[in-house]
Ligand binder design. Structure first.
Ligand code: G3P
Ligand code: MG
Length: 358
């Protein structure tokens, strides 16, 4: 489904501008397509404007995600055109920074499949520890079926090297408990507790995004991974009796942080190359170095289209891209925003794209 992208050959590639599009609240709302998304993407494709999708969502492979979006919107897209919040974490696997990781968030064990795809040697999830000993989370909500299907047998004596939060929790209580256990463990071994207090956790924790809220079909935005981080930090602070000036040491990826925009910038340059060489059906993916700015960008302008001022717009403004804010997601005119887009506020993605191409 992702193959067969048809860019009209007689039209010259508009190679000096590029688009980076957010997904939730721009192309989809929950799993429903935003009505103008199809026409907007087709307009970019027909005009040969390079574009990629940059989302703070995740919890499944990039291929599965792009196939889903492609089928919902009805426009062919390549797996090389998407960056999820955790995509840069692949670098940790390839560079062997961490080998045995606990991945948190997402439905069933789809995040595990994704992490193995990145190349991590061993991937465990909180559900594995619940299956091994349900009293680790006495009020967990996993069904018998899910414990059989989604959990795997874990070697409880093996330490984990890091906690990677891939996506929103499906069982926040279990995830919170198990994460806190590991942060305060003896060197990452489950069921142990270190005998000192510190702002430095026993194993590193990396959050893949910091979105406090995200939009779905409900009329008010819902809590996201940023809310989980606040809970984890508050509990860690309590357990470790941190001073007001101290905080849990952690890493946060995703928009609005430059690490994600640098990664996206490399991927957009690569996609432009693929368009220039007529290789849009290639599945050969580059792996950009973490947090390094491309040296020679061929783009004179890059436009970020998003619905979340605190993530999409702030990130783009800080990074020096043009930013276009939409009314189809988190942002609404009633509440307004202090984070102003450089390219204006638009009713939907089609209006935003047209305002640039005009
Ligand atoms: O969970 C996803 C949500 O936090 C935001 O996704 O596509 O708007 O960056 P997106
Ligand atoms: Mg969004």
């Amino acid at each position: 489904r992702c193959l067969g992208i048809n860019y009209r050959s007689q039209i010259r590639l508009k190679s000096d501008i590029g688009f980076v599009l957010d997904i939730d609240g721009v192309l989809l709302r929950g799993s429903e397509p935003i009505p103008q998304a199809k026409e907007a993407l087709e307009l970019l494709q027909v005009n040969k404007v390079p574009f990629i999708l940059l989302t703070n969502g995740g919890g499944l492979t990039e291929k599965s995600r792009i196939e889903f979006i492609s089928s919902r919107i009805g426009v062919p897209l390549s797996p090389l055109q998407i960056i999820q919040s955790h995509t840069p974490m692949k670098t940790y696997a390839v560079n062997k920074t961490y080998q045995r990781v606990m991945v948190v968030g997402g439905v069933g064990d789809r995040s595990r499949e994704c992490a193995y795809g990145y190349g991590f040697k061993d991937v465990v999830m909180p559900i594995d520890y619940v299956r091994q000993n349900p009293s680790i989370s006495p009020y967990h909500n996993f069904s018998k079926d899910s414990l059989e299907k989604d959990a795997k047998d874990v070697d409880v004596s093996s330490a984990i090297d890091a906690i990677l939060v891939f996506h929103d929790s499906r069982d926040m209580s279990t995830d919170t408990q198990v994460i806190l256990d590991f942060l305060n463990s003896e060197n990452g071994v489950v069921g142990t507790k270190r005998n000192f207090k510190s702002s430095e956790p026993s194993v590193p924790i990396i959050f893949s995004n910091n979105d406090f809220v995200w939009p779905n079909k409900y009329n008010l935005p819902r809590f996201g991974q940023g809310a989980l981080r606040i809970m984890i930090e508050a509990l860690y602070r309590e357990v470790n009796q941190l001073k007001p000036s101290e905080n849990l040491k952690s890493t946060i990826m995703g928009k609005p942080f430059p690490v994600q925009y640098n990664f996206a910038h490399h991927v957009l340059i690569d996609w432009r190359e693929k368009l220039l060489k007529n290789q849009v059906n290639s599945l050969e993916q580059i792996l950009p170095p973490l947090d390094s700015e491309p040296k020679n960008s061929p783009f004179s302008k890059i436009y970020m289209v998003g619905d979340n001022p605190a993530s999409d717009i702030k990130g783009a403004n800080d990074y020096g891209w043009e930013s276009l804010l939409l009314r189809t997601g988190v942002y609404n005119d009633r509440e307004g925003t202090d984070i102003l887009p450089t390219g204006g506020i638009h009713d939907n993605i089609l209006a935003a794209v047209k305002s640039v191409l005009r």
